[in-house]
Write a protein that binds this ligand. Structure first.
Ligand SMILES: *Cc1c(COP(=O)(O)O)cnc(C)c1O
Length: 440
């Protein structure tokens, strides 16, 4: 399989190059040249299969030409070494709980898969027998985070030989718990506390990839959802969620969205044949995608800080992939996706209501997706749906406690991070400073 850039200004790329580069040289995002179709038999028996079996079949359809079967199997099984239960919340709403991984957020899936793919492709270098082994350069993974990406990526790569991870995060804009998950690790993970917003962090990373001098001197790669090996594996759990839904009901999937990598993976699954009837793109106050659905024009703007902070994105990078998938046809996009937007007060109201009425504890991100799904199902009757619960509520303990008047327990896994010593490097939002640091 070859991969093209959404900007179409560079030649096709191999999977290996696309994974190791992250962003194409023309600043576009990689997309698979063909979208494989899964067979009727696959869907006929999907309900009898495990998460890992389903995922391996999907992964084989996409990556089977480029990764040998036994490596791909271990990448998939190793990535998905935790449960992803589908929990019934109301008669027609289910929660696909993607927060049972090491950092308690859905990004564990993409980050773990990506780190294992990168390791596979860097190990893969042919060694010339006899000749002196060429010195392998350390790969530098740069990752901008609004909270959860940093921890998932840092933990996905922690201790992986030959890879240095640099996490950029906006000072004061991520929760203490989130921060502890990538600032206390040490080893091959370093954290830069940027005096700016998430969009500034993302801009610094993008600029680094385009900087000729940096790229001559360092091997830079990205672990943001712009890397195709991070967004594509997220398609696996849409198949798994669908497989567990009651038989014979039409299914709507609702996705709390920021950079839109997660939703994009769902759209890819649908294109591979997964019969999801409709998607909900749930946003917080950062609603540029909803505005696009309403007006057909896309106008990025600076992000606004909200209580669902992992979705505080004003210029979602995967918008380019969605446009590419739909050839920019607005009518087709709105036929598949509906948008909803919730301000902080509404998010809090939803969390309280669902906790009181059905005793289910939502985190602020999942709350947007729950409510978007509930609203959408009123016009999509009698469909049922699942929403993606992207993080454990304890990751946003301060917010959740305040809204629910509770004192929720912090899971063991999170407590372990919080005991570590915070080590960060202060950084301005100016590219020259960042560049000097990387070269230093
Ligand atoms: C990253 C994140 C999101 C948004 O996912 P995208 O793929 O960027 O749209 C939603 N919820 C949580 C908890 C996240 O960490």
């Amino acid at each position: 399989m070859k991969y093209y850039s959404t900007n179409k200004q560079v030649p096709l790329s191999s999977l290996k190059d696309a994974v190791l580069k992250g962003l194409a040289d023309d600043n576009g995002l990689y997309m698979p040249e063909q979208i494989p179709q899964l067979s009727k038999e696959f869907f006929a028996t999907i309900q009898t299969k495990t998460l890992q079996e389903i995922s391996l079949e999907v992964a084989t359809a996409l990556f089977g030409e480029d990764v040998d079967a036994s490596s791909l199997r271990s990448i998939v099984y190793d990535t998905l070494s935790f449960d992803i239960p589908l929990v019934k919340v109301t008669d027609d709403i289910y929660s696909l709980e993607l927060f049972h991984g090491p950092t308690l957020a859905f990004k564990d899936v993409g980050a773990r898969f990506l780190s294992r793919m990168m390791q596979h492709f860097t190990r893969d270098e042919p060694e010339q027998s006899g000749a002196r082994r060429s010195q392998k350069r350390e790969a530098n993974v740069l990752v901008a985070t609004s909270g959860d990406t940093g921890s998932a990526v840092a933990n996905g790569f922690l201790g992986v030989d030959g890879i240095m991870v640099t996490v950029l995060y906006p000072k004061g804009l991520v929760s203490k718990i989130q921060e502890s998950q990538f600032t206390t690790l040490g080893k091959n993970v370093r954290a830069l506390e940027v005096d700016g917003t998430f969009d500034d962090c993302q801009r610094l990373v993008k600029q680094a990839f385009l900087d000729k001098e940096l790229n001559r001197r360092l091997t830079l790669t990205s672990a943001n959802s712009i890397n195709l090996a991070r967004f594509i594996p997220q398609a696996f759990y849409y198949f798994w969620g669908y497989a567990q839904m009651p038989k014979d009901s039409e299914v709507v999937a609702s996705v709390p969205s920021g950079n839109f990598g997660n939703l994009m993976a769902g759209l890819l699954a649908k294109r591979m044949g997964l019969p999801i009837k409709h998607f909900v793109a749930a946003n917080n106050a950062n609603d540029v995608f909803l505005k696009y659905l309403q007006t057909a024009s896309f106008s990025p703007r600076p992000s606004i800080a909200t209580i669902a902070n992992a979705m505080d994105v004003g210029n979602p990078s995967n918008f380019a992939r969605i446009m590419d998938l739909y050839n920019g046809d607005h009518a087709k996009v709105v036929a598949d996706i509906s948008g909803y937007r919730y301000g902080d007060a509404q998010i809090a109201e939803v969390m309280k209501r669902v906790f009181t009425e059905v005793k289910y504890m939502l985190d602020p991100h999942g709350a947007c997706a729950y409510e978007g799904l509930r609203e959408q199902l009123q016009s999509d009757k009698p469909a049922k749906g699942f929403f993606i619960e992207t993080a454990h509520p304890a990751k946003f303990k301060e917010t959740v406690d305040e809204i629910l008047g509770a004192d929720i327990a912090i899971p063991e896994k999170l407590q372990a991070f919080m005991k570590g010593q915070k080590q960060t490097i202060p950084m301005s939002a100016c590219f020259e400073d960042f560049k000097t640091y990387l070269l230093g």
